[in-house]
Design a protein around this ligand. Structure first.
Ligand code: 26V
Length: 740
């Protein structure tokens, strides 16, 4: 079906007396008829993106946009007396936690947009990332039944289901295909686990609690489940199309491992070749080493996966054997290295499998996700491997799809860019740079657009959260997973310092401001949850203080998700990216804000560095210790107590002085102890950077008085954001890693 036929059918659609869900399903199904055949193309090399997470968000608006029928649908519905915004109540498909999962979907979008054959493989979780509610300021988690209105954007393929075997059970993997619309239609294939009650558990939850043996084993089952189903399918397709000349496998297939979660795919690949096709182990491994590539997404040691041999062996004895054989092969190859290097690269050590080391050893390319991150991988995390295989390591700075994150979420700004620099940027993002010539000219228009986007955001927040914020407020936003290294707690202290300063009169001439937070904490992450409660306590106090609430407000939006993000990035002035230098691999929210014209207030970390390189440090606000400075301070022995004086002290001590209540749960005291007395106190250097953070927030606040100059800074960010389109990133993968 083409666009014209779609339009005709749409016109025939009976809208009257139908509820939102029925209409949603009918329009989506109609659009799905445009998808046609969506299988990987035979005869050429295809790339496969294996990921435990795909944070799709809402498919409806995006897919209709990609199909070029969104305006049509809006118009036809309006003629029939319905507003397209009724579909805002459709749930997000939140099959991911944050940046890593969202990146996967941005990549699929960019590949389809540029007609590159990239296909996603993952798990069709019954429940996505939990829904967040606040009870008395505490996060509580509710199941996310995202399919309750149906899932019209997928096609179940019963004829392509296959069996995945564990030592103790057999599971059916049923594929569901999601078309990815663009210049070419690619496919995201998510497997659902079916069979016994135990079998079905495998695709029930995204990140089941893994603090018990049972939880860890379920997680291993999940990782193997989709990796095995994928690899079996790719091998089967290869044999069907090209026979059993497996040396040619890499000619037609490249498998990108999104972090270590799918790394067992390597062992499964070798298992199938050796046991089902009698290929020698050494040949199978050699072919694997030409087929797989690996992306690392974090350097936090606690986030690098290791699996107890005992657990793997219990459910996947053959996979355990193969991983040990790979580790022996690696040990032989590394034999001439020093003892320390050998241990650093070890795949199997102390009864544990080091999944990142396995990935690095086998992958033909290993990449980090921003310049600094790749440098850290090469100089620290995988130092020994980098000196052994220097050509393996590549940088691929992340990106975001400008279709969802500008065209769709900010039609007003998109049209201003069209009017000013031509519409060419929509299909060739490098043309966005044209805007640089006109930033001064269009500043006033931009100010008006920002006002509109801010109004939309603030009205939405009022509706959802019941907090009223006047639209002349300067909007600072920090939206991302809740983690100590991202330092939402530092923002909380900074807000308190502003608040106390406004109250005692030491801060004068302050532009009214609101701080918006959006974040979910992992259900079992006590401290992150304490930070949410702390910020909610601050919000309650600040928002109800009539002495200051004309100047300062705080909102922690509830159930932050992709759809919320689309509104927040468009309506914000300042993007808070304040992680401890060296710990945020890249960040992608920073890019979304930049593209929508928010200045970055951040540390020299992740992609922030590249943002200010491109948009100019004078158009952004950088503060805080650098990676090198932190290393030096660590060496000398960091004493956070030194920074616990004056205003810092007053803000931090609200954790223990009774200003706020945690209902006797002692979680605030724990946050305090963690900063001051625990061994390695304040390991994320909150106190070190707090003072310069407050000063920077105040500097921004002062600069905002000159609206036009500020708007030009913001526009300079928009104009130089082309580099952060995932179209650029995916092109680099295609050329440098996949050779498509
Ligand atoms: C996972 C865990 C799990 C255990 C506790 C601590 C911890 C900390 C971080 C993580 C994240 C693992 C991978 C991840 O999501 N990385 C994110 O990937 C994004 C896309 O490349 C990137 O922009 C973010 O900076 C990075 O945090």
């Amino acid at each position: 079906m083409d666009k014209k036929e779609f339009s005709e059918e749409l016109n025939r659609l009976d809208v009257q007396n139908k509820d939102v869900i029925t209409l949603y399903n009918e329009i989506s199904s109609l659009a799905m008829k445009c998808a046609g055949e969506i299988t990987p193309t035979a005869g050429i090399r295809n790339a496969y993106y294996l990921s435990m997470e795909f944070l799709i968000g809402r498919g409806f608006f995006n897919n209709l946009m990609e199909l070029g029928v969104l305006d049509d649908v809006r118009k036809v519905l309006a003629e029939k007396g319905a507003d397209i915004n009724i579909f805002e109540e459709i749930e997000d498909a939140a099959l991911g936690n944050g940046g890593l999962g969202r990146l996967a979907v941005c990549f699929l979008d960019s590949a389809a947009g540029q007609a590159l054959p990239l296909h996603g493989y993952g798990i069709r979780y019954k429940y996505g990332l939990f829904k967040q509610a606040f009870e008395n300021g505490y996060q509580v988690e509710l199941p996310d039944d995202w399919q309750k209105f149906g899932d019209p954007w997928s096609i179940r393929r019963d004829n392509e289901k296959r069996t995945v075997k564990y030592a103790d059970m057999t599971v059916t993997a049923v594929p569901y295909d999601y078309p990815v619309f663009g210049k070419r239609i690619n496919r995201l294939r998510l497997f659902q686990a079916e069979g016994s009650e135990e079998a079905r558990k495998i695709s029930e939850y995204l990140y089941p609690a893994d603090d018990t043996e049972e939880g860890k084993i379920l997680r291993i089952r999940q990782e193997y489940f989709f990796s095995a189903a994928t690899v079996a399918e790719l091998i089967e397709n290869f044999v069907e199309q090209y026979g059993k000349k497996f040396d040619d496998f890499p000619e037609y297939n490249v498998i990108q491992l999104n972090d270590t979660h799918p790394v067992m795919a390597i062992a499964e690949f070798i298992r199938i070749l050796t046991t089902e096709y009698n290929v020698a182990f050494s040949d199978s491994l050699r072919i694997a080493r030409e087929t797989f590539a690996y992306t690392n997404h974090t350097v936090l040691p606690e986030a690098l996966e290791t699996w107890n041999e005992e657990y793997v062996r219990k459910i996947l004895p053959e996979i355990a054997d193969i991983m040990i054989k790979i580790s022996l092969d690696a040990a032989r190859e590394h034999a001439m290295c020093g003892k320390e290097q050998i241990s650093e690269m070890a795949i199997y050590k102390g009864d544990k499998f080091y999944m990142a080391n396995l990935a690095v050893y086998v992958a033909k390319k290993v990449n980090g996700v921003a310049k600094l991150h790749t440098d850290i991988l090469k100089s620290k995390t995988f130092k020994a491997a980098n000196s052994m295989y220097p050509d393996k390591f590549r940088n691929k700075t992340n990106g975001i799809t400008h279709r969802r994150w500008l065209e769709l979420c900010n039609t007003e700004l998109s049209e201003l860019i069209d009017r000013t620099a031509g519409a060419g940027w929509r299909s060739d993002i490098s043309k966005l740079g044209e805007l640089n010539k006109y930033t001064r000219e269009i500043a006033e228009e931009f100010i008006e657009i920002k006002k509109v986007k801010k109004r939309q955001l603030l009205r939405y927040i009022e509706q959802k959260e019941g907090i009223e914020i006047p639209e002349n407020f300067l909007v600072y936003s920090q939206i991302k997973r809740l983690h100590e290294y991202k330092r939402q707690l530092m923002t909380a202290f900074a807000i308190l310092e502003l608040y106390f300063g406004l109250k005692d009169g030491s801060i004068k001439d302050f532009q009214p401001s609101v701080f918006i937070f959006g974040a979910k904490s992992a259900p079992s992450y006590r401290r992150a949850k304490a930070i949410i409660k702390f910020i909610n306590e601050i919000a309650a106090k600040v928002n109800s203080d009539v002495e200051t609430n004309g100047l300062l407000k705080v909102v922690f939006v509830c159930n932050y998700n992709v759809s919320y993000a689309e509104k927040i990035v468009a309506g914000s002035d300042v993007s808070l990216q304040v992680s401890t230098a060296g710990l945020e691999a890249s960040g992608t929210g920073n890019m979304k804000f930049m593209m929508n014209g928010a200045v970055t207030c951040g540390t020299m970390d992740g992609a922030n560095i590249e943002i200010v390189e491109l948009a100019g440090i004078e158009n952004n606000y950088i503060f805080g210790a650098t990676v090198e400075e932190i290393a030096k301070i660590k060496q000398k022995g960091y004493k956070p107590g030194v920074y616990l004086t004056g205003k810092n002290k007053k803000a931090v001590e609200t954790l223990i002085d009774g200003t706020f209540s945690d209902d006797g749960r002692n979680i605030f005291k724990e946050l305090y102890d963690c900063l001051t007395t625990y061994n390695e106190p304040d390991c994320y250097f909150v106190l070190l950077d707090l003072k310069s953070y407050v000063q920077t927030l105040l500097k921004i606040n002062g600069d905002y008085k000159d609206k036009k100059t500020f708007a030009i800074k913001q526009l300079n960010n928009v104009a130089n954001s082309a580099y952060f389109s995932s179209d650029r990133t995916i092109k680099e993968y295609a050329e440098d890693i996949w050779d498509l």
